[in-house]
Design a protein around this ligand. Structure first.
Ligand code: NAP
Length: 339
């Protein structure tokens, strides 16, 4: 395990803001994680876990504790007649994994191509895109309970997966060490989302995981900003799920508003509200703006943006949505508190 002191969180997160973290531990395997937790206990420090930092907002005031940087990139393939089980360390790059299995012609996660972040972060918010959620390919998640020191292998049914949600969001003591996936040797393309269907219409049928993955990366690259040019965490807010009655009332005012039935109500595309109702494409306050190509995405100017400036814009946008349609929107991005 490598320990570093006084590390800027801005260098560890894709929004590229955040003050100094007191100690950062690079963990390349399970023993490193246990060692880092022992260090935190000895020094009475709280801890927080980071992968590539692609879905977090770190405070300008920094973090007065220990950051565990998950860097275990191990991988093991277990071949079976109809499927392959793959176990990956939490630090393995998510998109590299999507590409690896697509190259082998394996089905299951091709729609999740081009999402930044690590394998260990994927179950936390049950990443999903274009009609597929990662939970459907997960067999189990290996965790270390930082509170009890216990190692557990949690089968999918015990992960409490929901829409961009899992128990790992609430039970922060569970540190994800590795994830086991099952990918299929045969599969059916999920190309019904409008963007993918339009791509197929223009370019021809997508019939392999590799072709779908490439198409999705191309579609996403037009909607999400280049991480090398600006700070961003992708979609900053969740698409809200509202009641059927609320949806009907909104539809009466905005007939073009689409809605997608969920178990708990109707999911509405927030981008429509931000763009078509509030005209907030490119809306800027100081060094922070909503992305012109996809207003759900918040973009922070490199070097001049701060977490305070991000909070100002995000709170302003949430207030405008509430004033316009009476819906309280939630952040998808997780905050790293000072302590
Ligand atoms: P989009 O495809 O324009 O979709 C906007 C919203 O409408 C989403 O809530 C989406 O549901 C819903 N929707 C669209 N077509 C649907 C259909 N045929 N059936 C059911 N629901 C439908 O969204 P986008 O912003 O360009 O993003 C593309 C995809 O990447 C979306 O699936 C989005 O959710 C996903 N994404 C995921 C993350 C993440 O996991 N953290 C971050 C950014 C974007 P879904 O959200 O259920 O797809």
């Amino acid at each position: 395990m490598t320990l570093r002191e006084n590390v800027p969180l801005a260098s560890l997160t894709t929004l590229r803001v955040g003050g100094i973290a007191r100690v950062v531990a690079e963990c390349r395997n399970t023993e490193d994680v246990a060692e880092a937790l022992a260090y935190a206990r000895t020094h009475a420090l709280p801890h927080v876990v980071l992968g590539e930092g692609s879905n977090v907002l770190a405070s300008d005031t920094g973090y007065d504790g220990l950051v565990l940087l998950m860097r275990d990139e191990s991988s093991a393939y277990d071949e079976h007649p109809g499927f392959v089980r793959v176990t990956l360390g939490a630090g393995y790059s998510w998109d590299r994994f999507v590409e690896d299995v697509a190259q082998r012609g394996l089905w299951g996660i091709e729609n999740l191509a081009g999402i930044p972040g690590t394998v260990g972060a994927a179950p936390v918010q049950n990443i999903g895109a274009y009609g597929v959620e990662v939970e459907s390919s997960i067999v189990s998640v290996s965790v270390l309970n930082a509170a009890t020191g216990e190692y557990l292998s949690l089968p999918r049914a015990e992960c409490a997966f929901g829409y961009r949600d899992s128990r790992f969001k609430r039970e922060r003591e569970l540190i994800i060490l590795a994830v086991t996936f099952e990918l299929q040797r045969t599969g059916t393309p999920h190309t019904h989302y409008a963007d993918v269907a339009r791509y197929e219409e223009a370019q021809g049928k997508l019939v392999t995981p590799l072709a779908i993955g490439q198409a999705v990366r191309e579609i996403r690259s037009k909607k999400f900003p280049d991480l090398s040019l600006c700070g961003t965490a992708g979609s900053f807010f969740k698409n809200p799920t509202i009641t059927v009655a609320e949806y009907e009332a909104l539809r009466a005012r905005y007939p073009e508003l689409t809605g997608f039935p969920m178990a708990t109500g109707v999911k509405v595309p927030l981008a429509f509200v931000l763009d078509r109702i509030l005209s907030l494409r490119g809306y800027r306050i100081g060094p922070v703006r909503l992305f012109e190509q996809q207003p759900l995405v918040l973009v922070a100017d490199i070097d001049s943006a701060t977490s305070a400036a991000i909070d100002v814009l995000a709170d302003d946008v949430a207030q405008r949505v509430h004033d316009a349609i009476g819906v309280a929107i939630e952040r998808e991005v997780q905050t790293i508190p000072r302590k």
